[in-house]
Unconditional design. Structure first.
Length: 453
């Protein structure tokens, strides 16, 4: 199978989750993704995860989760030589994706207008908390902030526990998926017009777009959505129900499914009970129906009811933990989990989630594991036409002193941050180079952190 995005070159300047997740989806579809990272520290996700030793090695679990299939290039975008090098890379790129706060790329001289004037076929994608315009455009926005502002937390949990945080970074993930979809659409459009596009992804708007039912209930039906715990707002019995050993999700959303549930649990009398005869009646008497069903479900374990209800045409499923579902044959047999036996900087095999689709019967996958910081710097530059002497000059430029940019600009950028001190060029065991500059690119790091966590 030919990967649909084979031959597409992506420059990924993103950090942490929303942007890296977007670029990972594109890599799984065959694109050549070059991750452009800050020298010395790279993507903040390299220091995040449940394994402190991997964090110390800058190969944190959070980084490993969404950076396989990418190559790592370190560039100091605040150094003139680094900026010039990036511009040359843009000339041969199809996509640039970034998740800095609005205005950062323009301050670097690398905004969408500048890059697309050099390369009119370029698809430029900016992911931010609130988008490139509007009164909140300049505010920092971690995933947690978007969850709260979007209304997601207000409808998560039950009346006693809401507002409640969803168990994974849903705003970052939805923002990343939205960006990946938009990039793929823009590339398809370019095939027809020959022109690229500028994509502005708002994490807040992306999350709201996925809340269609909850959002529409308020302006259309005049009913603000409320937290219902494990119950389905549109149907009953549809939610989580206690069994002999564990809860079971049952989704009897149609009349015939409700009737099947009643028969399977040995309560056919519920079908003709006036309280439960219609969909609306069952919603009005949800608590009573739940009590009747749970009294019957208490006779057997969840797994037994799961099998019997599914056989009767009623969707039912146990509530599994993450370790359980990762080992489930349904997940394993579809190739959802990828394995890398040799991961430089990690020292042991790792498994990561791929994408949720198959193409022509095959699960998309990438061949290379998540990269060490700067592992492909020289190779990527050489592919882009940089000579050995130019690459050496870039290494030298990594030692540049920010004071050359002028005292006023230094004060404006530093503003009570870390003290100055130049750093020598460091080469890793694999031969790749980091370009260190006098001060960390704190404003770049902060702007990236302001989008995703």
């Amino acid at each position: 199978m030919t990967a649909p995005l084979a031959g597409i070159r992506v420059l990924d300047l993103t950090n942490v989750l929303a942007g890296p997740f977007c670029a990972h989806q594109i890599a799984l579809m065959g694109a050549d993704v070059v991750k452009v990272e800050i020298p010395k520290t790279g993507d903040l996700a390299r220091q995040l995860g449940a394994d402190p030793e991997l964090n110390r090695r800058l190969m944190g679990v959070s980084f490993l989760a969404q950076n396989s299939g990418k190559r790592s290039l370190t560039l100091n975008l605040k150094a003139p030589a680094g900026t010039a090098a990036f511009l040359r890379l843009v000339d041969g790129a199809d996509v640039v994706v970034e998740n800095f706060r609005p205005g950062v790329m323009e301050r670097l001289g690398l905004g969408a207008a500048t890059l697309r004037s050099r390369n009119p076929r370029l698809v430029y994608c900016a992911i931010s908390g609130f988008g490139q315009d509007g009164p909140m455009r300049a505010l920092p926005a971690y995933d947690q902030i978007i969850r709260g502002l979007s209304g997601v937390m207000s409808i998560t949990g039950d009346p006693d526990s809401a507002p409640l945080r969803v168990g994974y970074p849903i705003a970052d993930t939805v923002g990343g998926l939205t960006a990946a979809f938009a990039i793929a659409a823009a590339l398809a459009g370019r095939a027809a017009t020959g022109k690229g596009a500028t994509i502005d992804v708002s994490m807040l708007a992306s999350v709201l777009a996925t809340m269609g039912w909850a959002v529409s209930n308020h302006p259309v039906a005049g009913k603000p959505p409320l937290p219902l715990g494990n119950d389905n707002v549109t149907a009953s019995p549809s939610g989580a129900f206690a069994c002999a050993d564990a809860p079971l999700n049952i989704a009897a959303n149609k009349q015939e499914q409700f009737e099947a549930v009643a028969r399977v649990v040995g309560r056919p009398d519920l079908i003709d009970d006036p309280r439960f005869e219609t969909r609306q009646a069952r919603l009005d008497h949800r608590a009573a129906l739940t009590a009747e069903l749970e009294a019957a479900l208490a006779a057997r374990p969840a797994a037994a009811w799961e099998a019997e209800l599914n056989a009767a045409g009623v969707p039912a499923g146990r509530i599994l933990g993450v370790p359980e579902i990762l080992e489930h044959p349904q997940v394993r047999d579809r190739g959802m989990i990828g394995r890398f036996d040799d991961v430089p900087g990690v020292g042991r095999p790792i498994e990561i989630a791929r994408t949720g689709v198959k193409l022509d019967g095959a699960a998309p996958q990438v061949e290379v594991p998540p990269p060490e910081l700067g592992a492909h710097t020289d190779a990527v530059l050489a592919e882009a036409g940089f000579s050995a002497s130019e690459i050496a000059e870039l290494h030298d430029a990594g030692r540049y002193d920010r004071r050359r940019q002028g005292r006023a600009r230094l004060v404006a950028h530093v503003n009570h941050r870390h003290g100055a001190g130049s750093h020598p060029l460091r080469r890793h065991a694999g031969g790749e180079a980091d370009w260190h500059h006098q001060l960390p690119a704190d404003d770049l790091v902060d702007d990236a952190r302001g989008v995703a966590q």
